[in-house]
Write a protein that binds this ligand. Structure first.
Ligand SMILES: *Cc1c(COP(=O)(O)O)cnc(C)c1O
Length: 415
């Protein structure tokens, strides 16, 4: 069985992290943090801030901005649930911006509707490894005088630091992301004063427990072994014997913080071993590694076109697209999952993301296209270890699967 995902980290990195956990003390944290931030920003305008996670950085930013309660935060309608919970925690109102399934970029009509005089912050996510053209969004920001945050958690590529005109660009190195250090994030903040303010707030936080981080490194050492083909096959066999739902087990094991503790967990500084591993990952990351993933994604999409042209691929028209994940739309995702499992491929629904609810007072903001797409979303396994023959057999396995009607794709752009 081919597992849904392989973590983008080598055994040598995990061993390095464990070594750092034994030898790098928190007294070295500040130096490491500064070094990493200086390296990240190099000669760009603004400053970098290293955080525990993108969610920590997002919470930090909303603290720093001190917006009046009830201010609106316009968000890409598809994101991870915690990003929305954080907005609500600050007494702000999340307003969804519907997306064009072909590019995963904001639909122009919905962008127009979502952004108004009460909008204080706009946050746009580059989804699935594709990149959104920010020009129309920068224009909307300037029209209302809001702050534009670019969520690049799914769009890391060496040398890319975000759009130079975005106010804040966030990159995540959480466990399922490219170049992961099993945590950590880097923010580029254009306004140095705002960056200073964030750093000041962050300096009051306790430091992440490095013992917990060590346990995390050990856990992923195990999970990495289990995501190999033989390991994963054994895991599924074991779960079946024990009557455990392995889909739920896996979603739990890569999931972030428990809901009730979310804000408390976010408000920590990254520990020194995390910063040390993050520095190693980023400074040693090769274009080649990413190019292999992108190439596999392109090849899979090409094969889907050949063997099952009825299947729709959201974000297929995004440019550039690194294919961090390869999602498809299936009329009935559960049937598709079962069909793929029979063919030896573990696929999963988009449970780690959520559709942003429209405010109760403004039901007409409901992001219809994103919601319809989300109901049919399915991620295919796709990574460099899967050779051509394997991708062909997965595409063949998908032949009987139908995609939802094309109306979802045609409706876009109409008011
Ligand atoms: C992973 C992800 C995040 C959160 O990143 P963390 O560093 O884990 O907080 C935020 N937004 C999107 C779109 C993501 O994919």
């Amino acid at each position: 069985m081919w597992s849904r995902k392989r973590f983008d980290i080598d055994y040598s990195d995990l061993i390095y992290g464990l070594g750092a956990a034994l030898t790098v003390g928190n007294s070295q944290g500040q130096g490491l943090q500064k070094e990493l931030e200086d390296w990240w920003i190099s000669d760009l305008t603004g400053e970098a801030v290293a955080c525990l996670s993108v969610r920590s950085g997002w919470d930090l930013l909303l603290q720093g901005l001190q917006l009046p309660p009830g201010s609106e935060v316009a968000m890409s309608a598809l994101t991870i649930p915690d990003m929305v919970s954080i907005v609500r925690h600050h007494g702000l109102v999340p307003v969804p911006i519907d997306l064009d399934p072909r590019t995963m970029a904001p639909d122009p009509a919905s962008l127009d509707r979502a952004i108004g005089p009460r909008t204080r912050v706009i946050i746009i996510a580059h989804l699935f490894g594709g990149r959104v053209d920010l020009e129309p969004i920068l224009a909307a920001r300037d029209r209302v005088g809001a702050i534009l945050v670019e969520d690049c958690a799914q769009a890391f590529t060496p040398g890319f630091r975000g759009h130079p005109d975005a106010d804040v660009s966030c990159f995540s190195f959480g466990s399922i992301k490219f170049a992961t250090a099993l945590g950590g994030a880097l923010l580029r903040v254009r306004d140095p004063q705002l960056a200073d303010c964030l750093r000041q707030i962050q300096s009051t936080y306790p430091v992440q427990d490095s013992g917990n981080y060590t346990l995390r490194l050990l856990k992923y050492l195990g999970l990495k072994t289990l995501s190999s083909r033989a390991g994963f096959t054994a895991l599924i066999w074991g779960c079946r014997q024990l009557g455990i739902d392995y889909d739920r087990l896996l979603n739990q094991s890569v999931k972030g913080f428990p809901k009730d503790e979310l804000i408390w967990r976010l408000r920590h500084q990254p520990c020194a071993p995390l910063l040390a591993l993050l520095r190693r990952r980023l400074q040693g990351y090769s274009e080649k590694r990413l190019a292999e993933q992108t190439h596999r994604g392109q090849r899979l999409i090409q094969l889907l076109g050949e063997y099952c042209p009825q299947i729709r691929v959201p974000g297929v028209a995004a440019m550039p697209n690194l294919h961090w994940v390869v999602p498809i739309l299936a009329e009935d995702p559960e049937i598709a999952i079962a069909t793929l499992a029979n063919a030896g491929f573990d696929s999963t629904q988009g449970n780690s993301m959520t559709v942003v609810e429209s405010p109760e007072t403004d039901p007409e903001w409901e992001p219809r296209n994103t919601r319809e797409m989300f109901e049919h979303l399915l991620y295919l396994p796709c990574y460099p270890a899967m050779d051509d023959t394997t991708l062909v057999s997965m595409a063949q396995g998908l032949r009987p699967i139908s995609s939802p009607s094309v109306s979802l794709f045609l409706r876009m752009g109409s008011p």
